[in-house]
Design a protein around this ligand. Structure first.
Ligand SMILES: *Cc1c(COP(=O)(O)O)cnc(C)c1O
Length: 349
């Protein structure tokens, strides 16, 4: 049983389609792979983050905030979706971005112009951030990692001093409230499954900040479905995601279902950590090959940071026999198309 939903804005185009990838499934001789097309939740706002922002932005408005602050990598899909939605709602937006490696360590922020790698410019997500009027400050990777809380506090203080009210959203929109996005998606997917007459054995998604995997895991559990959810990590370890999801679910339960017995300990949290490669947002040859193959075989456009690694992981795990006996499996296409373009040189060799 799902408790009553909190305030929600209608921002995403849902329900998104669920479609079978017959040629890829046939080539593998494994389960039928279905694509849950959350890359189609919108155009400039496309991807998974908008589902979480439906709840986070509703909360911001209810609290009377006029400025949203969030953070992520230079090509963050979450930051881009937040910047676009803020502009749609008439809110100001400040993005705290983790700059590229090689940025000199210093405690102050860089302007975007100083931080973007030489030879490139405002590309992909960053272009949309700037176009939608987000204020952007960039920090060296190490400073960002070690001082994120301090950075948020100083941004909030600065806006506060000019009479503005900030609403801060954590990395990827993943917290207790943000989980609602994929709890609602789990409900939507159960309706998809019955419309298509399937009972998938598994749902697979990319995991970056854990909110998609966590929301789906919690959502299916609350709905008494036994479909298993597997996150393919694109950074961090399986242990990290285990902890992160438990923390978010505990926070969620404290807010929305506090009188029930503890939920997080009864969840089955499954994460695969073998497909990260050299690191977050760094690709490898098999990954680029898989992205080209999915695009030309099915017209499925994946990105090297998230969906490509998760899909490559799914394919490899099917080949290794992880899903033996499963007739249908669902891959959640979480978006990321704007993050593809900065990789043109590596994709088109
Ligand atoms: C953020 C993101 C993910 C990961 O989702 P989390 O909820 O942060 O784990 C997956 N795919 C894309 C395209 C993303 O932008």
């Amino acid at each position: 049983m799902i408790p009553p939903f909190p305030a929600q804005l209608s921002l995403a185009h849902t329900p998104t389609p669920l479609r079978p990838l017959d040629r890829i499934s046939e080539a593998l001789g494994g389960p039928r792979i279905w694509l849950k097309c959350d890359d189609q939740t919108g155009s400039a706002v496309s991807g998974n983050k908008i589902r979480k922002l439906e709840f986070l932005m509703a909360d911001a408005l209810q609290r009377g905030c006029d400025t949203v602050v969030t953070c992520g990598g230079l090509q963050s899909n979450h930051c881009r979706a937040t910047a676009v939605i803020a502009a749609q709602l008439g809110l100001a937006c400040h993005l705290v971005l983790r700059g590229p490696k090689g940025l000199i360590e210093q405690p102050t922020s860089y302007s975007v112009d100083d931080a973007i790698p030489s030879g490139s410019g405002y590309e992909g997500n960053l272009l949309l951030d700037a176009l939608c009027g987000a204020e952007i400050s960039v920090y060296s990777p190490r400073y960002f990692t070690h001082n994120l809380r301090t950075i948020f506090e100083s941004v909030e203080k600065r806006y506060g001093e000019s009479g503005r009210h900030c609403y801060s959203i954590p990395t990827g929109g993943s917290n207790g409230l943000g989980l609602w996005g994929y709890i609602a998606a789990a409900q939507e997917m159960l309706a998809d499954f019955s419309a298509h007459g399937i009972e998938p054995g598994g749902v697979v998604c990319a995991s970056g900040s854990g909110g998609t995997q966590g929301g789906l895991t919690l959502g299916f559990h609350l709905l008494a479905s036994n479909v298993s959810v597997t996150g393919v990590a694109v950074c961090d370890s399986a242990e990290y995601f285990h902890r992160k999801i438990i923390d978010d679910v505990d926070q969620w339960q404290g807010l929305f279902m506090s009188s029930s017995p503890n939920l997080s300990e009864s969840l089955s949290i499954q994460t695969i950590e073998e497909y990260i490669g050299p690191g977050y947002s760094v690709g490898y040859p098999e990954l680029f090959e898989c992205i080209r193959w999915a695009a030309k075989t099915e017209g499925v456009v994946l990105d090297p940071v998230y969906t490509g690694k998760a899909f490559y992981g799914l394919i490899e795990e099917i080949k290794k026999g992880r899903f033996v006996g499963v007739s249908d499996i669902v891959f959640v296409h979480t978006g990321g198309i704007y993050g593809l373009f900065p990789y043109s040189a590596e994709l088109m060799v």
